[in-house]
Write a protein that binds this ligand. Structure first.
Ligand code: MTE
Length: 328
């Protein structure tokens, strides 16, 4: 247990400003060298390291994008869209490494065929391929803020659909109280999954009520294209009022449950990463303040806001839960 704790301390103890200056602003050559990829064939033919996201060209859903923007969701005063080139090259995806430059490694993930199992407390379990799911869901674009527990933040033009539509498709029974999400498990493509001290596969969970909230968005695209692999293709969650670790990537299983599931980070360090994980600048992480956040593009520190500014939409979810640790 204590070694687990020390380990967590090590990986998430990197002062945020240091992580950023060492990564976001590295030039291409330094990045390739730093990754030890100098000898690999990172040529334009198989992997583009320039400019835009590496949305895979073979993605059969590419023609669906861009989708109509839902103008109800704006970034708020003073916030602008984080450029794609930053967002797609500064990622947390531990399956591909416990550092921020996993974008090249993540290209090994095969995203077709991709099936999602919907099971548990539902009328009937369903297995659905991502392209069939895309056909059934009303796709739209939303501009959302994103706040990582490590105190950096960004904004993203996500494409996808409101999770409530998937809940309707799943037809949960009256026993269902929580929704549990699971990421793929395949250590042949995701070397991070060979690290046995992590409780793979990555798991996250929310309440059924949270799943029905209008803000809960299932992401299938970003920047007017299919979502790139490093950002969680072909299906991830976006919960913009919660710390970023709740927004699970590359989902293969969605289970409706009666008991509260234990998530990946909660299992590793429950005192630091709880079930609720709602953003609150007044509740510090045990090892750092949450009062401000660093904008990934400008590097500026900006004040953090309770529920990441989405209180109007989500605060009522927690009105009767004040005895819970809602903010870690
Ligand atoms: N999902 C999976 N499967 N594996 C991960 O390591 N990291 C989480 C979350 N979802 C993670 C994940 C964390 S800690 C963050 S901050 C966000 O993804 C990062 O999303 P981004 O890389 O698109 O910025």
């Amino acid at each position: 247990m204590s070694s687990k704790r020390n380990f967590i301390k090590k990986i998430w103890d990197l002062p945020d400003h240091k992580a950023a200056s060492e990564s976001v602003f590295l030039n291409r050559r330094e990045m390739v060298k730093g990754l030890g990829l100098g000898g690999l064939a990172l040529t334009a033919g198989n992997l583009s390291l320039s400019g835009n996201a590496m949305a895979s060209e073979e993605d059969p859903s590419a023609a669906l994008y861009p989708v109509r923007r839902n103008k109800k969701y704006t970034l708020g005063e003073g916030r602008t869209l984080t450029p794609e080139r930053i967002n797609t090259k500064y990622n947390n995806f531990y399956e591909f490494g416990s550092h921020k430059q996993i974008y090249a490694a993540a290209q090994a993930l095969k995203i077709r065929p991709w099936e999602i199992l919907i099971d548990g407390e539902v009328e009937k379990p369903i297995t659905i391929g991502i392209d069939d799911l895309l056909k059934k869901m009303p796709l739209e674009e939303r501009l959302y803020r994103f706040r990582c527990v490590e105190a950096w933040s960004m904004t993203v033009p996500w494409s996808g659909f409101e999770m409530s539509n998937l809940v309707k498709l799943a037809k949960p029974t009256s026993n269902a109280k929580y929704v549990r999400f699971e990421t793929f498990q395949d250590e042949s493509v995701a070397p991070g999954q060979k690290q046995f001290w992590y409780p793979w596969p990555y798991v996250e969970a929310i309440t059924l009520e949270e799943a029905m909230n209008e803000m809960t968005f299932m992401v299938t695209g970003a920047y007017g294209k299919p979502v790139p692999k490093q950002m969680g293709a072909p299906l991830r969650l976006a919960l913009p009022w919660k710390y970023g670790f709740k927004s699970i990537k590359s989902i293969t299983k969605i289970s409706f449950t009666n008991e509260r599931p234990v998530s990946f980070w909660e299992e590793l360090a429950a005192k630091e990463y709880g079930f609720w994980a709602n953003v609150n600048p007044e509740v510090p992480h045990p090892r750092w303040s949450q009062a401000t956040e660093r904008d990934l593009e400008t590097g500026e520190r900006i004040p953090s806001v309770i529920y990441n500014g989405y209180g109007e939409q989500v605060a009522s979810l927690y009105a009767d839960l004040q005895s819970e640790a809602l903010f870690k």
